[in-house]
Write a protein that binds this ligand. Structure first.
Ligand code: GUN
Ligand code: FE
Length: 448
């Protein structure tokens, strides 16, 4: 925890900070001072009593300090490791079918509409605003197969100041909605164009991610090409894996030469330490070992898993295998775009497992808090930049007022910070999130 005294301090907050570290799921720092430098990085986080020494070292004035109120605290921004920006228009509906039918009946027809850039602009603006407002400082997005609309999503995330991974979806196999797919050649060429054009924009916080939709939507040839593209450009990779039993069975039929679903991706060089796979509800221990070996991570999307009746991920077992794990909303399979909902559904999913087997050790709210913040940043290989309040990381943070006027929480008495965090995670909403910072820039309240 060494300070960085080499840059000018932009602002300083004094009050309670809560975050996760590798060692502890919840570290609480009361009456702390956190300074952010002109680059948006955390310059110091120290005890309040060190004020005098710090202000001399860093050359800031007491008037640069903002004091948090009694019921306020800062926590790291929430990391949504899996969300379909293109599915936001029907979030909260269409939850009456299992995955494969749901894709054909609702998802593919809607995603086809993103050929129309004005429709894309409308939906993408709303999802970025909504997620930021709800404290998602980093989002890992699926767009659609359309390059122009996918580039537009990158631009919108950049304009609003959200940290984002953006994927143009790749699929050269679709037997049901026949117009919503690409040829092998187009998928390859357009992926390369998407990556090139997005990188040329030099958005500081937005990166492209290679995005095969999932094995059933792709031929082996496409998977192989995408593995190559990711490797040659050192890019992130995202997809879906082992979400439902029916899907696992289909993959077995489509890729008979592979030993498992995980083996399909591994064979095509799509399992790397920059890969994040959504769901994984039905992975075997052998497959989890492959994740661990390759450094690939999982995104736990409990709302979606309940809503589409897909399965219940055994998070304890994933953690036991030391596989990196983040949380995802998976809009619109998950009906809520808020990561607070994902936190609650993750706790519910763990309780379901305890109901089935009372010996099962339910996840604590502190553990889920870590998965939603530091865990997510690790799952996206962004933990050198974000995820907690370590000195040198970007200041991605939520200023929480648990007793916000007109908000959902009534505080009967003063509470300790741990209780304030627990109340916020279980009962809070965007009314409690009074400020959101990404890389030191205040992005909420949103100013037009
Ligand atoms: N598997 C392949 N595509 C999708 C999708 O859009 N949503 C979910 N939940 N699973 C998928
Ligand atoms: Fe998904």
């Amino acid at each position: 925890n060494s300070d960085r005294a080499d840059t000018a301090i932009a602002f300083v907050y004094r009050g309670t900070f809560v975050h996760s570290t590798q060692q502890t799921a919840l570290e609480i720092l009361e009456d702390a001072l956190l300074g952010v430098d002109a680059q948006g990085k955390i310059a110091f986080i120290r005890e309040g009593k060190e004020l005098e020494k710090l202000s001399q070292t860093f050359g800031f004035k007491t008037s640069d300090i903002t004091q948090l109120a009694q019921h306020e605290f800062f926590m790291p921004g929430l990391v949504d490791t899996h969300i379909h920006a293109s599915q936001y228009s029907y979030a909260g509906t269409a939850l009456d079918m299992p995955l494969l039918q749901w894709l054909n009946a609702y998802t593919f027809p809607v995603e086809s509409c993103f050929k129309n850039l004005e429709f894309a602009r409308k939906v993408y603006t709303q999802i970025v605003r909504r997620t930021l407002r709800n404290g998602t400082t980093t989002a890992c997005y699926f767009a659609t197969i359309h390059t122009e609309a996918s580039l537009l999503l990158g631009q919108i995330a950049n304009d609003f100041g959200q940290r984002a991974l953006v994927g143009k979806v790749c699929m050269d196999r679709n037997d049901c909605v026949k117009h919503y797919k690409e040829t092998l050649q187009d998928s390859q060429d357009e992926t390369c164009r998407f990556i090139k054009e997005l990188l040329e924009k030099k958005y500081p916080l937005v990166k492209p991610v290679v995005t095969p939709r999932f094995a059933p939507s792709c031929t082996g040839a496409l998977l192989e090409q995408l593995g190559e593209i990711a490797k040659n450009n050192n890019l992130h990779i995202q997809s879906h894996i082992s979400e439902t039993h029916e899907e696992v069975k289909l993959v077995k039929e489509l890729f008979p030469e592979s030993e498992s679903y995980t083996d399909v991706y591994r064979k095509h060089n799509l399992l790397t330490d920059k890969t994040v796979m959504a769901h994984g509800c039905h992975l075997s221990d052998e497959e989890l070992a492959l994740f661990r070996e390759t450094g690939a991570s999982l995104s736990h999307c409990p709302n979606s898993n309940f809503s589409l009746c897909s399965g219940v991920l055994d998070v304890r077992n994933v953690l036991k295998h030391k596989v990196k794990l983040g949380l995802g909303t998976d809009v619109a399979g998950g009906y809520s775009a808020s990561m607070l909902d994902a936190v609650r559904r993750a706790l519910d999913a763990s309780k379901v497992l305890t109901i089935q087997d009372p010996q099962y050790k339910t996840l604590s709210f502190e553990e889920v808090f870590r998965i939603a913040t530091l865990g997510g940043s690790q799952a996206l290989s962004l933990d050198d930049q974000t995820g907690n309040f370590d000195v040198g990381k970007d200041f991605d943070a939520l200023r929480i007022n648990v007793a916000a006027e007109g908000g959902p929480i009534d505080l009967i008495q003063d509470e300790e910070p741990k209780i304030l965090l627990e109340k916020f995670l279980n009962l809070g909403d965007d009314r409690n999130i009074v400020e959101v910072f990404v890389a030191g820039r205040r992005v909420v309240p949103i100013t037009e």
